[in-house]
Design a protein around this ligand. Structure first.
Ligand SMILES: [Ca+2]
Length: 177
């Protein structure tokens, strides 16, 4: 009889420990702040993509929807456990590099009315992003805390299709996705 009880206790313990082992990892919030979750922390296990996302706009007027170049970094549990996590999405025209200041790059207003303005300077822009990752910003802070981080080169910059716009319909595009 005692042996049966011991065997029963052992089986219950085994089932309990198995179910604990299979409990899925989740983000942890303490006092309203996302905490680092050890299971999300190992950067060698993160899944990283280099993708093109088709939009609903056509800023370059070629008749085709523009495709945005994006990178994605996510904890592996989004694949192995089907875990759904929130996304931090950064879209910027600056990932592909900027020219920096050069004499003559800005419009010089110090010239007489009616005279031809000075020739503008157009320095070479060196792209600084290395594929497949556009940027590493936010990743080390937020992926260990259970967020997916996405960067996007905004329209007409980097490998993204389209033309750069200011204040146009494409500016709020990432937030709608
Ligand atoms: Ca287009």
């Amino acid at each position: 009889m005692i042996k049966k009880h011991i065997a029963f206790f052992w089986i219950v313990s085994l089932i309990t420990s198995l179910s604990l082992a299979q409990e899925k990892v989740k983000p942890i919030f303490k006092d309203g702040e996302a905490q680092i979750v050890p299971e999300f922390e190992d950067g060698s296990k993160w899944i990283r993509h280099d993708l093109w996302v088709e939009t609903e706009f056509d800023t370059d007027g070629d008749g085709k929807p523009d495709r945005m170049h994006v990178d994605v970094t996510r904890p592996m549990q989004t694949e192995t456990e089907g875990l759904k996590l929130p996304i931090i999405y950064e879209s910027s025209p600056y990932y592909a590099g900027t020219a920096g200041f050069a004499e003559g790059i800005f419009w010089d207003v110090n010239h007489e009315l009616g005279e031809a303005p000075k020739e503008r300077v157009h320095p070479e822009v060196v792209r600084r992003g290395e594929r497949p990752i556009i940027s590493n910003s936010q990743i080390e802070t937020w992926v260990p805390r259970g967020y997916i981080v996405v960067h996007s080169s905004s329209p007409g910059t980097g490998p993204s299709d389209g033309s750069p716009t200011v204040g146009g319909i494409t500016n709020p595009w990432p937030q709608k996705q």
